[in-house]
Design a protein. Sequence first.
Length: 100
Amino acid sequence: MTIAGVTRPKMSARALVYALRDGRQAYGDIYSGTGHGIDRDHPLAQALEAAGYVPATACHDALVVGNVKKGGCLPFFDNATHEPVVLNESRRQAYRVRIR
């Protein structure tokens, strides 16, 4: 695939991954040529699970490490939601991310 004169191999699948506050690592919907969703039979899902990731559907209500600064453009979350919080140390507003 060539974009702006740079040729790269075409991506066959992609997924967001999350580091959770309880120490687990999770993956979200897998985007591939057949659509998107958590498909545990997909080769990317199998590779992620072999590396220790669990599907986001197994992590309902878990919190993601870190936060997103308020006022910035929030990323697109498939399997997560964001909720406003006030940071203790700076009293600034931010969003924390929670797996749905």
